[in-house]
Design a protein. Structure first.
Length: 150
């Protein structure tokens, strides 16, 4: 386990989740958005309380609040207090960031937009053929990458 991770505070771990787990359109969730979503589950929490947790001025949240925050971000509540669980989640968060970066690079690429526009003009049968071809090319590239790593 990483010593850096073991030394991370609740605030640092919570901020890591905010920075990593994003909405579908990309921006970081606001404290108010998270609080509102949690309140809809029946757990009373305010955006200012979340802000205090993130700033480290509140150090002893209830298990119910930790569980609600964990549920919102899709991690186990143990992430906040079990270093082994935190290490596993951090590894998953790292992979998530890599995937987000890949998607961002693809979105910036004009080729992807052009491919999507052209595919949209095809018949359903031809789109299916394109998807099958993309699957074959994708599998070939993954095999090549795996061979390079070995």
């Amino acid at each position: 386990m990483s010593d850096d991770l073991a030394r991370k505070t609740l605030a640092q771990k919570l901020n890591r989740l905010f920075a990593t787990v994003r909405s579908k359109d990309g921006p970081e969730f606001s404290n108010e958005h998270v609080a509102a979503a949690i309140r809809r589950t029946g757990v009373a929490i305010s955006q200012s309380y979340i802000w205090q947790l993130r700033k480290g001025s509140k150090l002893n949240p209830t298990l119910r609040h930790l569980q609600a925050l964990a549920d919102f971000f899709g991690v186990p509540a143990a992430y906040f207090f079990d270093d082994d669980v935190a290490q596993r989640v951090e590894s998953q968060l790292h992979r998530l960031i890599e995937e987000q970066n890949k998607l961002a690079r693809l979105a910036e690429s004009g080729d992807v937009k052009l491919m999507a526009m052209r595919a949209g003009e095809l018949s359903p049968a031809r789109r299916k053929q394109v998807m099958e071809l993309l699957d074959v090319v994708y599998k070939l590239e993954q095999a090549e990458r795996a061979a390079e790593q070995n």
